[in-house]
Ligand binder design. Sequence first.
Ligand code: SAM
Length: 417
Amino acid sequence: MLEPTALMTPEDYAVPAENDLRHEGAVAPSKHASTSSGTDRTPGRRAVRVMERRYPVRTLQRATATRGDTAAASIRAPRYHRFEHTDRWADSHKARIDARIRQLTAMGYHGDASRNLTRPRTVIDLTNPATQELGKTMPTIAQWFKLIPRAVALDIIYDPEKGRLCNGVVLDEESIRWFKNIDDAIGIRSRAAVLRQLLQQEADNAGCLAVASLACGAAQPVLETMAELLRDVRSADSSVTLVDLDRESLAMAAGLADKHGITDRVTTVTRNILGLNGIDVDPRSHHQTSGRVGYDVVEALGFLEYLPPQNQESYTYNGVVDERRSRAGAIVFLKNAYDLVKPGGLLIFGNMLDETHKQLEFTLNTVQWPHIQPRSIDKMLQIIAAAGVDPTAEVDVYCPTDGVYAVYAIRKPCVQE
Ligand SMILES: C[S@@+](CC[C@H](N)C(=O)[O-])C[C@H]1O[C@@H](n2cnc3c(N)ncnc32)[C@H](O)[C@@H]1O
């Protein structure tokens, strides 16, 4: 067992500073990229290459403060995977836009360039000079701000060439270029690419998948992948349950499912997933194999960064929920999500990174995306340990080379202790 002090240092997973991530495709090796697994030949996966380094199985031990107790909790040491992702949209405007972002970042929030000051903020302060400057660069940005932080704001990020927001507002050319090139947008697309690859791998191994997508939003990545899987006769009985509180996002997801022609394999559930005593989506109604109950895959991309570790007295997610009663924090939410996974199944989630995200201050102080809680991988491993996952669960950490998000995949053991 390792002592808590022997956990990884930030340098262990940082993308080395000498690598310039600002060129098209945002590719740079990290320290974890020591062996190559080659290029995937499956259609739709060509641009993705995962390089991995396997670490000896060790146990991290942590004193936890979960649900009031301070018992020690252990998880296996994770395996790290460098995830190379060639972004489909990033183009020759990136260097220019990055330089402009550095100027805006230097303006800070009302002059204060600290990373911490904006995290508790729930609204975008339009009097902030850097935010006003951004408005001059991107004339239609104010219309996009009205959608933040809801998932409908991500629609233009997943496909900037739509050229218009989901509320019909037509974007100016420069705004479209920014949605193609800012690191946050590239990171949202690369975390989606990790999810796609993991779902495809699971289907390659298991055939049919029963998937639950928590805080699914408009569910673009998961629906696109499910549509691919369902075209394969081996996975043709797969299904996905989409869970979110935001009816507008779910309606958009339902429309997308219809467009993909997979409506009969998709269930939408309007639910608050931050209940303290579990997530009320009954896996038994969706999947039951030889007495084992649970989803093959539960994914919750784009959600953990909104949650502090501990439970909250009240919970606000602008435009979606504003409740004055206790809600799960990241630790309890992860525990509840893990409970939905069948033995042998996979829990996938992400979190924005703090050390390797090159435009973090821009996100926090200029765009002021509300609530965001960026975290180091080390912090997330502590949360995973505190959530009480099985000590023998395998933990994989995927690090897209843009450095914006890490994606975590926890494999529940087939035989639980
Ligand atoms: C940033 S979006 C992520 C959407 C999607 N997973 C993706 O990666 O594209 C976060 C989603 O969490 C949902 N959400 C926030 N609080 C929630 C809650 N308490 N229960 C259910 N969904 C919630 C929001 O409505 C929103 O759709």
